[in-house]
Write a protein that binds this ligand. Structure first.
Ligand code: FAD
Ligand code: UDP
Length: 412
């Protein structure tokens, strides 16, 4: 059954946007598939910036896509699809999202359980000292030590090459090989170097997971931020609705598709591989479970990759705590595009097909098959909006000589 988004308290208003005709006849300017970051940013921009009438559909029962958070039975704010930490270097993305949320400073820290100890990951000087009982005092000491372990690889292509080249086989095996084999169901030698390159190696003692200039969480959670983003009278949201159910019923001029691009084209060239996860959410009758937001378990003897405890991320004060275990899986929702050359080739074929398909634009992590963080998806959606806006303004001024003139008059 389809539910109108309960937060939309004025559904009748939406039917009447811009005129008297019933919605069925008037239709929408834009149909957007997916209420995650990509779809919601575009819906907001098109509605508020260009006064477009927008219908957003999502087959899930909630908005916010993979960033969806909610209060569990214990009353602890958790993330349904695993820990989401917001970090970016792009001030314009912060400025944009700040229209819909206040922020709470949070710097993520992660420990890896290796050889029976919990040590910082990314590997830093503290990691080396703890793991090997060393006393490296300076950045130079650590750099020297790492250089002595590194095994230079001439042509760095894979996720194995890049780590072995930087820190050598032993540290690679302790921290990267098992984790990556579990997470992706592939050996690092079968994955593009971009995957493990996400994790740097440090010679200092900085134990933050990210070093971006902006590291803050939406103060009241992601879902609240999305509610504000979508609370525009020109935006209608339909949940529990697959695009295929309504595509022939809802009139629309343009389609923006944030789901998997191969699915849109009925897998014409074959399936694009995605990696999935099973999330095990646990509520614990204790105030704190672990020392930091996330503990990684690189060993292949442990079936999960990491455990995250949300109260570290959200700052919530509560007598109980909630954690999530992540179990990688081949089956289930598509969470991760898998970066490797043959998949990039297959995606390229779909991309070319998309370019030849008028009236539809693909965006987001699944729509463009890119291993993007949240801020990158927001950036991609804002860039697409800019192109749409420029095209609209361009065609407006072509169609209206008066408008053209007033623009000319304003020019210095
Ligand atoms: P999504 O959020 O996936 O939204 C797409 C939506 O489209 C979904 O809700 C889906 O239901 C809907 N949809 C698809 N097909 C259809 C259809 N046919 N009909 C109707 N609806 C459809 N990023 C960070 O920056 N920091 C992090 O710490 C971080 N942690 C992550 C942890 C995990 C476990 C995962 C999986 C991702 C993490 N990310 C993180 C990445 C982040 O989730 C994504 O960058 C972001 O959510 C992508 O937004 P999106 O709109 O492209 O896609
Ligand atoms: N990785 C690893 N060991 C770790 C952490 C990360 O081998 O302790 C590798 C692994 O391949 C992982 C990738 O680095 O998929 C990127 O890690 P990140 O934490 O960015 O993954 P995400 O949060 O996107 O799941």
């Amino acid at each position: 059954m389809r539910n109108l988004n309960p937060q939309d308290s004025h559904p009748e208003r939406l039917g009447g946007v811009g005129g008297e005709l019933p919605q069925r006849q008037r239709g929408f300017d834009y149909l957007i598939v997916g209420a995650g970051f990509a779809g919601s940013v575009l819906a907001e921009r098109l509605a508020a910036g260009l006064n477009k009438r927008v219908l957003v559909v999502d087959r899930r029962s909630h908005i916010a896509g993979n960033a969806y958070d909610y209060y569990d039975e214990s009353g602890v704010l958790i993330h349904r699809y695993g820990p989401h930490i917001f970090h970016t270097n792009a001030q314009r993305i912060v400025d944009y999202l700040s229209r819909f949320t206040e922020w709470r400073p949070y710097e993520h820290r992660v420990l890896a359980q290796v050889d029976g100890q919990e040590v910082p990951i990314p590997i830093n000087r503290t990691t080396l000292n703890k793991l090997y009982g060393l006393d490296l005092q300076t950045d130079e000491d650590a750099a020297h030590y790492l250089a002595s372990r590194a095994e230079p690889v001439e042509n760095i292509q894979t996720s194995e090459d890049v780590v072995i080249n930087g820190i050598g086989r032993e540290l690679y095996e302790k921290f990267f090989r098992g984790y990556t084999r579990k997470q992706w169901g592939l050996d690092p030698s079968q994955l593009d170097k971009s995957v493990t390159s996400r994790i740097p190696t440090r010679t200092n003692t900085d134990d933050r997971y990210f070093t971006d200039t902006f590291q803050q969480m939406p103060k009241y959670g992601y879902t609240k931020m999305f509610e504000k983003m979508l609370a525009h009278p020109n935006i209608k949201v339909m949940l529990n609705t697959d695009y295929r159910e309504i595509r022939d019923e809802v009139r629309h001029d343009h389609l923006i598709f944030c789901g998997p691009i191969d699915e849109y084209f009925d897998y014409r060239f074959g399936k694009l591989p995605y990696r999935s996860l099973k999330f095990e959410h646990k509520q614990l009758d204790q105030e704190q479970f672990q020392a930091v937001g996330t503990v990684n378990y690189p060993s292949e003897d442990v079936p999960y990759t990491r455990i995250s405890e949300y109260k570290h991320l959200t700052g919530q004060v509560h007598p109980k705590t909630s954690v999530t275990y992540e179990y990688p899986s081949a089956e289930g929702d598509p969470y991760y595009p898998i970066p490797r050359p043959e998949n990039a080739e297959l995606y390229k074929r779909y991309q070319q097909l998309a370019e030849q398909t008028p009236g539809v634009t693909f965006v987001g992590r699944l729509g463009t098959y890119k291993y993007y963080n949240m801020d990158q998806v927001v950036g991609q959606a804002l860039a697409l909006y800019k192109r749409i806006e420029e095209a609209e303004r361009g065609s407006e001024s072509e169609a209206s000589p008066e408008h053209n003139q007033s623009l000319t008059e304003q020019a210095p």
